[in-house]
Design a protein around this ligand. Structure first.
Ligand SMILES: NC(=O)c1ccc[n+]([C@@H]2O[C@H](COP(=O)([O-])OP(=O)(O)OC[C@H]3O[C@@H](n4cnc5c(N)ncnc54)[C@H](O)[C@@H]3O)[C@@H](O)[C@H]2O)c1
Length: 480
């Protein structure tokens, strides 16, 4: 029986391994992690992450051919294929701080593999890593090996949170990069055989190692660039009276452009886009490609601009101050159908409002109070370190109140901000919300999910990103 071990039981390791176990009943899959609480949650009733369909997959194979464990060394030693899906945060100190990937966790995983292995292994990069990481990993493994042979593969993960299980069941492509040697090709074939249990052969792409590593960074940079492009357009729409939804629809009909990923919003978030672009920028700079680096940097600058613009719009429309005013925040996760808050634009918007002394009442159907308080008190980039998986009580801000109901959040509020596109926010009783708010009552739709005209009929002053401005907003200046 082939044995797989995955180091890192996070948003990538957990769901990908659960799907491999489901689709390959004859393969034994162990997912291991240093976080005791995370492994306990994977083995319990309340899984550590929320993903539609995940629980069903896990319950079908857990205990059969899927195991979650903290006994990392045992499972790594026994495995034929070791996936490494640990954090690769942005460095916060030293050379490349604020841009380069911090490979501390990866390196410690590689050293541990070298220490405990007593049979040949295929080591698979599942984490997103800088180009040429495989070379560094290879060096660590071979310099520490005792006659053991390792083949390194790059198999970046393209799943999107919120649709992870769907994406894993039916991927657009699976990418496997390896050495162009007979041993490298044999290892690629072994991993291909795993995916071939359910992925059609023409969707399994094989490349050299560096192309696979770079393709992941490139894919995320292209996706984020699309969002920043439409967000940049949204600012121009507001200035000119065009409607960004109409513009997106019109340009998306061009088959060369296509309709997806053209929704303008308060900005992109999630653990990957910003981190991977910063990483790409750093690699470009290290290779002397300043213009290329600056091009990609701009994608992040526009994203920051969009978040600032949103905060400024709120403050300026409320007579240039939100001090002491209650603002309801509906949605904190970085997108719907996930409880993940890593790099969510909600953090920057909330911090911006708190900086202007607002009182926030936050509701998200999937994010706990503890998580929100933690996010609002944490320094940039600190979230991507395993220490933050440890249970601890963050200092609660007196300006922040987390509630479990949208109506309660909006009661007596001056304004309501939609920061995540949860479906339930589309069908709230906005008349009831209006009746219980201070007047003038404002809505700031950062996701363009609400019916602006209906809200205006109720009496709200409405701002919806990239849509023609309410006369109220036309008269107030919002400079980012
Ligand atoms: N989240 C996504 O949507 C996504 C998609 C594609 C790729 N990625 C990439 O995959 C990687 C993992 O991302 P994630 O979202 O799953 O992160 P995560 O933080 O959810 O999970 C990483 C896990 O690795 C564990 N870990 C760290 N060092 C370890 C070690 N030495 N031994 C054992 N366990 C260790 C941590 O405790 C944590 O549980 C990152 O490189 C990320 O960029 C993420």
């Amino acid at each position: 029986m082939v044995k797989i071990c995955c180091i890192g039981a996070g948003y990538v390791g957990g769901p990908t391994m659960a799907v491999i176990a489901l689709k390959c009943p004859k393969i034994e899959v162990a997912v291991v992690d240093i976080s005791v609480s995370r492994i306990a949650a994977w083995n319990g009733d309340q899984l550590p992450i929320y993903e539609p369909g995940l629980e069903d997959v896990v319950t079908q194979c857990r205990g059969r051919n899927l195991f979650f464990s903290t006994d990392i060394e045992k499972h790594v030693a026994e495995a034929d294929i070791v996936f490494v899906s640990v954090n690769t945060p942005t460095k916060t100190q030293g050379l490349g701080a604020g841009k380069a990937a911090d490979l501390t966790y990866w390196e410690s995983a590689a050293r541990m593999i070298a220490n405990v292995s007593n049979s040949n292994k295929i080591v698979v990069e599942k984490s997103t890593v800088p180009v040429k990481t495989a070379e560094a990993i290879e060096k660590i493994l071979t310099h520490n090996s005792r006659e053991i042979k390792y083949q390194i593969l790059s198999n970046p993960e393209f799943l999107a949170e919120g649709t992870a299980i769907q994406d894993l069941f039916n991927p657009d492509r699976v990418l496997i990069g390896g050495r162009e040697t007979p041993e490298g090709q044999k290892a690629i074939q072994a991993l291909k055989d795993v995916y071939a249990h359910w992925v059609p052969e023409d969707r399994i792409i094989t490349t050299n190692l560096w192309s696979a590593e770079l393709s992941k960074l490139a894919a995320n940079a292209f996706l984020a660039q699309r969002i920043s492009s439409v967000n940049a357009m949204s600012a121009l729409c507001e200035a000119t009276g065009a409607d960004v939804t109409q513009v997106s629809h019109a340009i998306g009909k061009d088959t060369r452009i296509g309709p997806r990923f053209l929704n303008s919003s308060v900005g992109f978030g999630g653990s990957c886009f910003q981190k991977d672009i910063l990483n790409l920028v750093y690699i470009c700079e290290c290779n002397g490609l300043t213009e290329v680096a600056n091009y990609w940097k701009q994608v992040i600058k526009v994203n920051d601009y969009q978040k600032n613009r949103f905060v400024n719009r709120i403050v300026s429309s409320m007579f240039n101050t939100v001090s002491g005013k209650k603002i309801a925040i509906l949605g904190f996760a970085f997108k719907k159908d996930t409880g993940d808050t890593r790099e969510t634009p909600a953090i920057d918007v909330c911090k911006g409002l708190l900086g202007d002394k607002a009182k926030l009442s936050i509701y998200d159907p999937q994010v706990t109070e503890d998580q929100i308080q933690r996010d609002l008190s944490m320094k940039k980039f600190d979230w991507d370190h395993p220490i933050h998986l440890q249970p601890m009580s963050p200092p609660a801000s007196k300006q922040v109140n987390v509630v479990w109901d949208a109506y309660q959040a909006a009661k007596d509020a001056h304004g309501v901000c939609i920061l995540t596109e949860w479906d339930e926010f589309k069908t709230l009783d906005y008349q009831k919300i209006f009746d219980n708010m201070r007047k003038p009552a404002y809505i700031f739709d950062g996701r363009n999910i609400l019916d602006v005209e209906k809200l205006r009929e109720i009496g709200f002053i409405v701002y919806s990103i990239g849509k023609p401005l309410d006369p109220w907003h036309k008269d107030t200046l919002a400079v980012a």
